[in-house]
Design a protein around this ligand. Structure first.
Ligand code: MSP
Length: 655
């Protein structure tokens, strides 16, 4: 019996111009594509993920001349740097096409000739306003400005009049077929709002399109008429078929064409949703299923672009954070169709709160407790209570929903849902307070159950995050003692749990760096970072005014412990706070305390005091404070620490 072949999934990014190296805006498209490709692989599809570079045309010719290079030499150097960036971002493309590759040039000439033979490409004369930067003739309705020139409506640059003998593509003949396509397959253009835009453009009437240039030398020659080169968009768009084997590998082409998703920025949607299907119709080739137009990343409310000089170099962030925080931020912050404003404040906030606090801490706490209480081994768990079962059943539902969300490209929604689950698991741990259970030998089986449930939830949630943050999730799975890599577990077969008693887990290392804005930018942080618990204790007076009644239940949520101060040191430039290292019996932590006006560091080392250990960590002067001490406040606002009058072990509960 013939082996049933896997369903396929073919996804593309635009091919990037080589006049400069990619910036965060380009990285965005590529990260979306990588995430969807990784997800579809988990979903059992045979995936072909294509990216590459668009190397011909006047834009490149000009950029190379300015640098004193040949266009090919410029392309070679930029391609190397682009590929380095994709590597640093863990982009798992299957093929990288360069439009200067021979098979592509031949494929484009073959397609061009095919359309000439059919009469869909014919020779004529063209006169019009041309934008060199965008490689595009301006639409006729662009008005002439006071200086007698027209400006490109997309990039704002001055256009020049070009008059030349040219070959035309009979675009006008495809108007009705295009409108029929949009009507019968509304999923051809996504999001929906962009479909309306495209179809009203086509309804407005299509003129034949000039598809060759005599003024541009750096391009693919027209077969049999080499004084013409092929228009860069006819060359570039056809990369999607040549890379998939058109003209050189019929089996590959048969397997993967048509593409499932072309991801493109909204600025190049028209080329993909109007010209491209018309070229394919003329070539008698099947049409792609979806062209997905995503929004732009803006900086200071303007599209990030080299010409505006407001691009962000992804390498700066990658050096400090590695790939995953940037991947996560770009995908989590906005739905794919919308624009987003990039700010370092926004980026650090997300990384510190979602990654370091919510996910990082969950992993850290859970595995540290399994290490401390059970020697790093999953123990025989107690009965699963209804509350424990919820951690499992919620995951099962989440897994189903997240599948549909990834499948429909709603990555930000998928992440939102996964983080809601992570929040629920953090609350489950806080409610069960395993650190308190650990004191009572009678609760050992129950403690084992809670930690098993939390570890299984980490395994599950991280699996769902894998397409977005592959590197961190692989690390988490190593901590969890998983023999497999997440990429090797099919989505369908993945189940909650997956490990039981006897499984050895490792001690986690920090997954996500926690970085303060001022440390990152090298300047003073805003007021948010200065709001420091423990650093600025309330006065007795303020305390009284702010007094609210709390219930005993609320009080019980506080985990108060005896801590022993192991180290104390001053912080350069700070007069009121000290940095302390404390021992909590089962773990050591660092904290910032507003006691420098009352105690010298040497007064404190060895002393035991009371700290709150389950308060959300705060960043103070770029240092994470992981606990808060209790102190009385004198009339002149000095902190006095209550010490014990007899010896008591570090870690003892205070209630
Ligand atoms: N070479 C053409 C594409 C040909 S595809 C057959 C091209 N190249 S480009 O390098 O200028 O842009 C490539 C992609 O990057 C486009 O989809 C564009 O929208 C995207 N972006 C460029 N700047 C961007 C942002 N600031 N934000 C998001 N995407 C942006 O066009």
């Amino acid at each position: 019996m013939a082996k049933k072949s896997k369903p396929t999934f073919y996804i593309t990014t635009p091919i990037y111009y080589v006049n400069d190296v990619p910036h965060i805006g380009h990285a965005y498209t590529t990260i979306i594509a990588d995430t969807l490709a990784r997800f579809q692989k988990l979903a059992g599809k045979d995936v072909f993920f294509l990216t590459g570079t668009d190397e011909h045309g006047q834009k490149i010719e000009k950029a190379a001349a300015e640098k004193g290079l040949t266009p090919k030499a410029l392309a070679d150097s930029v391609v190397g740097r682009a590929q380095d960036l994709w590597k640093a971002l863990d982009i798992s493309y299957d093929f990288f096409i360069r439009t200067t590759m021979e098979f592509h040039e031949k494929g484009v000439q073959k397609l061009f000739q095919r359309l000439v033979d059919k009469g869909d490409i014919y020779k004529g004369e063209y006169k019009g306003w041309y934008c060199v930067s965008d490689e595009n003739f301006l639409p006729d309705d662009v008005p002439v400005e006071a200086d007698g020139c027209k400006a490109c409506p997309d990039c704002g640059k001055k256009a020049t009049v070009v008059s030349e003998e040219t070959y035309f593509f009979r675009l006008s003949a495809y108007q009705d077929r295009l409108l029929k396509l949009y009507e019968e397959h509304p999923e051809f253009v996504r999001p929906q709002s962009r479909l309306n835009e495209v179809s009203s453009f086509v309804r407005g009437g299509l003129k034949d399109l000039s598809v060759t240039r005599t003024t541009v030398k750096w391009g693919i020659p027209v077969p049999g008429d080499p004084k013409h080169t092929i228009y860069v968009w006819f060359d570039a768009l056809n990369n999607y078929v040549t890379a998939a084997g058109y003209g050189w590998n019929p089996d590959l082409f048969e397997k993967f064409w048509p593409a499932d998703v072309h991801l493109v920025g909204k600025d190049i949607l028209r080329f993909h949703a109007v010209y491209w299907p018309a070229f394919l119709m003329a070539s008698d080739l099947p049409l792609p299923r979806t062209v997905y137009g995503h929004g732009w990343w803006l900086k200071d409310d303007t599209k990030m672009s080299k010409s505006k000089g407001n691009v962000l170099d992804p390498h700066v962030l990658l050096k400090v954070f590695g790939p995953d925080p940037l991947r996560y931020f770009l995908l989590r912050e906005i739905p794919i169709g919308q624009d987003g404003n990039f700010s370092h404040e926004g980026f650090l906030h997300r990384v510190n709160s979602d990654l370091a606090n919510d996910l990082g801490n969950l992993v850290q706490r859970t595995l540290t407790m399994i290490g401390n209480y059970f020697g790093g081994e999953i123990s025989e768990p107690g009965e699963e209570t209804a509350e424990d079962a919820r951690v499992r059943t919620d995951f099962d539902e989440l897994k189903r929903r997240v599948f549909d969300l990834y499948d429909s490209c709603a990555i930000n929604k998928a992440l939102e849902e996964i983080w809601a689950y992570i929040g629920m698991v953090n609350k489950y741990l806080a409610d069960n307070a395993p650190w308190i259970m650990a004191r009572d030998p009678a609760l050992r089986a129950r403690l084992g159950r809670v930690l098993l449930q939390a570890a299984a939830a980490i395994r599950g949630a991280s699996y769902l995050v894998y397409p977005v943050m592959p590197r961190s999730v692989e690390k988490i799975w190593v901590f969890l003692g998983e023999a497999k890599k997440p990429a090797d577990v099919p989505y369908e077969t993945f189940e909650f749990g997956g490990f039981g008693p006897g499984r050895k887990v490792g001690m986690p290392q920090a997954l996500f760096p926690r970085v303060a804005l001022k440390d990152f930018l090298g300047e003073e942080a805003g007021p948010a970072a200065a709001a420091a618990p423990a650093a600025r204790p309330e006065t007795a007076e303020e305390g009284k005014n702010a007094m609210d009644i709390i219930t005993y239940e609320e009080f019980k949520k506080m985990d108060l412990r005896v801590a022993q101060i192991l180290e104390a040191e001053r912080i350069p430039g700070a007069t009121k706070i000290l940095k302390l290292k404390i021992d909590l019996g089962t773990e050591q932590r660092q904290m910032i305390a507003g006691v420098a006006e009352t105690y010298a560091p040497e007064d404190l080392v060895g002393k035991k005091l009371i700290v709150i250990v389950n308060l959300k960590p705060a960043l103070i002067r770029g240092i994470e404070s992981q606990a808060m001490l209790l102190a009385a406040i004198t009339a002149d606002n000095k902190a006095v620490i209550p010490f014990f009058d007899r010896d008591i072990p570090a870690g003892a509960i205070v209630k």
